[in-house]
Design a protein around this ligand. Structure first.
Ligand code: NAD
Length: 536
């Protein structure tokens, strides 16, 4: 128990209830005189908070208000975020978090998170002792090299681990004190940042090669030593590093890459839901990706696993999947392919995107290119000409990078498209019908996977855990969601969805003998008991 009194209580974000302290608490804690007369319930405080947020004119201002609230009264912050998740998710995460990262060094005001630079080499384990919490269960780490679809933002990318961990708590119920946001600030190749007087990061070109790997390795080892039960989520690393690090650590420690594996599970869940409308199974589909980076190939790899469970061989499954990148259709002839592209480089003649659509006639088109407006009218019309109900996912984030808007996809397909996006779009009215487009947001998956993994003390996370998560998410989508035209469940169910995914993943990990903790008699009750409740 802590013995803080008076103003120290009010300045402690974990202890403070601000105006909600009762008369008795005010007396006992030495708070009389430090607060206005009225005692607000948390509910009233929440209403005050949302009123303040709504009054702010820009999303960045809303973000800053919320960030300050988190620092003043953490439980009120989470109560507000959980109860207004639909409205606040686009503020604490994409798209606003993208703007926040772009302006990070200019709007910086609160010290949050843990920063490691090349100058810390050899000291990382000791530095971690400076972090005030000792029982860390989830770490989100980035090196800022590919923030959303916005490129290299260097240390400004810290907004991403902070935002994702808020969602681990709001969505998955992981206790905030168990979360650690980390920026591996290895420099930046973004010239405009290096020239910016206010830039807060390590002001050098990015560290590369062996030196880079050594620091990542030192960090990973320090985490194993200090927090052996912690899950590390790799986030927004440039694709070659994302794959390399995942390959190196995936089976050695408890970790995953959300851009590759989390995205894959969310997208696959959306495809399973689309199949409920289309009929047929995944193995019957021809799927084309625009973009051949970590998001797209991550989805493809998980689809291959899923199709193999439907009876196809690996080769047959891979042949259902086609990629178009910045240079056109990915084929055996394509130059400079990365290892993760090679399995999908089929023997075929070189051609551009439109020609590939005409020839290959995919039933499903998935955009993960970071290139806005690439799903033109011609693209949507071609998809609609070849398919009664074309499936089109424009997954690039933030909203400004989406391959097309929801409205254009519905308009150009005369309402026939089955659509999902990475960033949120508002409702669209087409042919007198109001459609609420679904957002394939990774938040549907990572908090639940994380909760499931740490609840059993997982040794590592196999790919199959993400297939389990995808299926469970698809199961959570109700007919009423489908009737509204959306492929994903309501964000207001996020806590339930995360819990169910956690139970499914934990069960799977026990089946695979990947859990280090003894199986509790009642797994659901065990996981429930871990969940953070911000109510006071
Ligand atoms: P990446 O940089 O690794 O890959 C981008 C790929 O797109 C490359 O293969 C590149 O050749 C290709 N590309 C770029 N411009 C193109 C163009 N004009 N035409 C065709 N191909 C083009 O990036 P990534 O990590 O794979 O992420 C891609 C996008 O997916 C980002 O915008 C990211 O925000 C988004 N994403 C969305 C979700 C989600 O919605 N749940 C999750 C993860 C990533």
């Amino acid at each position: 128990m802590n013995d803080k009194k008076g103003i120290e209580v009010l300045k402690d974000m974990r202890l403070s209830k601000s105006t909600a302290f009762t008369a008795e608490e005010r007396e006992n804690l030495g708070l009389r005189g430090l607060l206005p007369y009225a005692i607000s319930s948390q509910d009233i405080q929440k209403k005050r908070a949302i009123e303040n947020i709504r009054r702010k004119e820009s999303n960045i201002e809303k973000y800053l208000f919320l960030s300050a609230l988190q620092d003043r009264n953490e439980r009120l912050f989470y109560r507000t975020v959980i109860d207004y998740i639909q409205e606040l998710l686009p503020i604490i995460y994409t798209p606003t978090v993208g703007e926040v990262c772009q302006q990070f060094s200019h709007i910086y005001r609160i010290d949050k998170g843990f920063y490691i630079t090349p100058e810390d080499k050899g000291d990382i384990s000791t530095l971690l002792d400076n972090w005030p919490e000792k029982d860390i269960r989830v770490i989100v780490v980035t090196d800022g090299s590919r923030i959303l679809g916005l490129g290299d933002l260097g240390c400004n990318g810290m907004g991403i681990p902070i935002g994702k961990l808020s969602l681990y708590t709001a969505g998955g119920g992981i206790r905030p004190e168990h979360c650690l946001p980390v920026m591996l600030d290895m420099g930046t190749d973004n010239e405009s940042l290096l020239e910016d007087l206010l830039y807060l990061g390590y002001p050098h070109k990015r560290l590369q090669g062996e030196e880079y790997d050594e620091i990542v390795d030192e960090f990973v080892m320090a985490v194993q030593e200090k927090y052996p039960m912690a899950l590390i989520q790799f986030e927004d690393f440039i694709t070659p590093n994302a794959y390399r690090l995942l390959e190196r650590y995936q089976k050695k420690i408890l970790c995953f890459n959300d851009d590759i594996q989390g995205t894959a599970a969310v997208a696959l869940a959306g495809i399973y839901t689309s199949l409920r409308i289309l009929g047929g199974s995944l193995r019957d589909q021809t799927i084309m990706f625009l973009g051949a980076g970590s998001a797209a190939t991550g989805i493809a790899d998980l689809m291959v696993t899923a199709m193999m469970e439907e009876g196809l061989t690996m080769e047959e499954a891979r042949h259902k999947l086609w990629f178009v990148d910045i240079n056109g259709l990915v084929t055996g002839e394509s130059k400079n392919l990365q290892p993760h592209n090679k399995p999908y480089a089929h023997e075929y003649k070189a051609m551009g995107f439109i020609e590939a659509l005409r020839e290959i006639r995919p039933s499903i088109l998935i955009g993960a290119s970071g290139a806005k407006n690439t799903f033109t009218k011609e693209v949507v019309e071609l998809m609609s000409a070849h398919n009664e109900r074309p499936v089109i996912f424009a997954l690039s984030n933030p909203t400004t990078k989406a391959e097309c808007t929801a409205e254009d996809a519905y308009k150009w397909s005369d309402g026939r498209v089955i659509f999902a996006s990475g960033s949120p779009f508002g409702p669209v009215t087409i042919n007198d019908r109001v459609i609420v487009p679904g957002q394939g947001n990774n938040v549907y998956v990572f908090p639940g996977v994380g909760l499931g993994a740490i609840s059993v003390g997982a040794r590592y996370l196999p790919d199959s855990a993400f297939l389990v998560a995808a299926r469970e998410l698809a199961r959570q989508i109700h007919q009423s969601d489908l009737d509204a035209g959306t492929l994903y469940p309501k964000m207001t169910s996020l806590r339930t969805i995360s819990f169910e995914i956690a139970v499914a993943v934990a069960t799977h990990l026990y089946q695979l003998d990947l859990a280090t903790l003894e199986k509790p008699r009642n797994l659901r009750a065990h996981i429930k008991s871990m969940i953070y409740d911000p109510t006071y």
